[in-house]
Design a binder for this molecule. Structure first.
Ligand code: UD1
Ligand code: UDP
Length: 373
């Protein structure tokens, strides 16, 4: 059984679900908690995936208690009914944590995809670092994306035979989508038409900064500072545009709409489906984000990424030079965007394409290992 609930888990698990469904000797059940709803459905539709079980749990403005307790109780019933030999979970969300805990209570084996990422600061990212560490404690198989994540797990004393380095399935998903856009000229034409309606500037020619943000530890003053920084830099650079698909979390929507709505060169749009987002990523000048997945995707496309966090569990691209941590301080964000907009050498240094996260065959490796168990 594969269980996921949010947008990024779905993107990273979709190619794996398809690989598993192709295997005649494995029965695969796809279960979503629907911790996200609209943003999850966008991914299901792009990857043409229909869950066998949809717990439909999302509530507007849910808190961690709602999500954790609802998933735990529902998963008890699902596991009793379906009796899976193994449950695959992904990464570090509350869906991942609560599902793996339910498996532990029921004695069901857990395979953890994207295992071993660590900041070792339990509060950053919050609550994801806790989620991934606790999932690591109960997991029987750790599908680690890189050698560094394997090393983290070994240092924690995990059995080396339970750790398989696979690459990150996000590269499988990214390659799949880039290939379909490349092959199907109608697709890129349609994406262009959709974007032309949303972005009333020549976005294929004019420089634009692509922005996303949703981390809980940035809620409150952090988001206000981030928005003030974007406002100041946008006002100072009227020839540059700022495209921001705003996460549906009300704690994000409120400050963003309050501070950034009226600016001529800032485009606040709804979350994009994955194909549209990747296309925009390809055409952007640079990225400002606190996302995990985008830190892995953008380096493959040679786009500089400024990450609005103090620490990252994905140091590979920071070491490679494409990603830079800038925190959520207004001054630091302004300073670093300014540098990339105005210093050609700095931009060139950060925009060399790197891909420390795999060759797009992570799903093959995971399925092969599962078959050998
Ligand atoms: C969650 C994950 C985070 C992940 C992020 C990806 C946890 C604790 N957090 O954070 O690790 O990086 O997803 O985006 O697991 N909402 C909608 N429609 C949607 C999705 C969200 O309206 O399709 C709104 C709802 O009001 C919901 C709120 O956003 O209650 C928060 O969603 P939740 O999944 O609890 O937190 P995220 O901040 O999205
Ligand atoms: N993404 C998307 N549409 C958007 C913004 C992001 O499809 O409007 C994709 C992005 O390419 C990446 C994933 O969503 O694969 C990241 O999701 P998010 O930032 O919500 O979560 P995180 O990766 O931080 O857990």
């Amino acid at each position: 059984m594969v269980v996921f609930g949010t947008r990024p888990e779905a993107i990273k698990m979709a190619p794996l679900c398809h690989k598993l469904l192709d295997q005649k000797d494995i029965k695969t059940i796809i279960c979503t908690t629907a911790q996200h709803r609209e943003m999850l459905d966008q991914v299901l539709s792009i990857f043409k995936l229909t869950p066998d079980i949809d717990l439909n749990l999302m509530k507007k403005d849910q808190d961690l208690f709602d999500v954790t307790s609802n998933i735990l109780l529902k998963m008890r019933d699902i596991l009793k009914l379906e009796k899976p030999d193994m449950v695959l979970v992904h990464g570090d969300t509350t869906t991942t944590f609560a599902t793996s805990l339910a498996c532990f209570y029921m004695g069901v084996k857990v395979g953890h995809v994207e295992a071993g990422l660590r900041t070792y600061d339990i509060n950053a990212p919050f609550p994801e670092e806790y989620n991934r560490q606790s999932t690591g404690i109960v997991a029987d198989y750790h599908f680690a994306p890189t050698d560094l994540s394997k090393q983290n797990l070994l240092t924690e004393g995990k059995n080396k035979d339970s750790i398989i380095v696979t690459g990150n399935t996000v590269i499988d998903a990214l390659n799949l989508v880039l290939k379909t856009i490349d092959i199907d000229k109608n697709k890129s034409k349609n994406i262009t038409l959709r974007m032309n309606k949303l972005l009333l500037f020549d976005w294929k020619v004019t420089r634009f900064v692509l922005i996303t943000g949703h981390r809980r530890e940035n809620f409150g003053q952090g988001f206000l500072d981030i928005c003030e920084a974007i406002k100041e830099i946008a006002t100072k650079n009227p020839d540059v545009h700022f495209v921001y698909p705003v996460h549906l979390n009300p704690s994000v929507q409120k400050p963003v709409n309050k501070i950034l709505l009226e600016l001529d060169n800032v485009w606040l749009i709804n979350p994009l489906d994955y194909e549209d987002f990747v296309y925009l990523l390809k055409h952007s000048y640079m990225i400002l984000t606190d996302s995990g997945g985008i830190q892995e995707e953008a380096p493959s496309l040679g786009k500089p990424v400024l990450v609005m966090r103090d620490v990252t569990e994905r140091p590979e691209a920071v070491e490679a030079g494409t990603v830079k941590l800038v925190g959520a301080s207004k001054e630091n964000i302004i300073l670093n965007i300014d540098l990339l907009l105005n210093d050609e050498n700095q931009y060139k240094k950060m925009s060399l394409a790197h891909n420390p996260y795999g060759d797009g065959r992570a799903c093959d490796r995971i399925v092969k290992h599962i078959k050998e168990i």
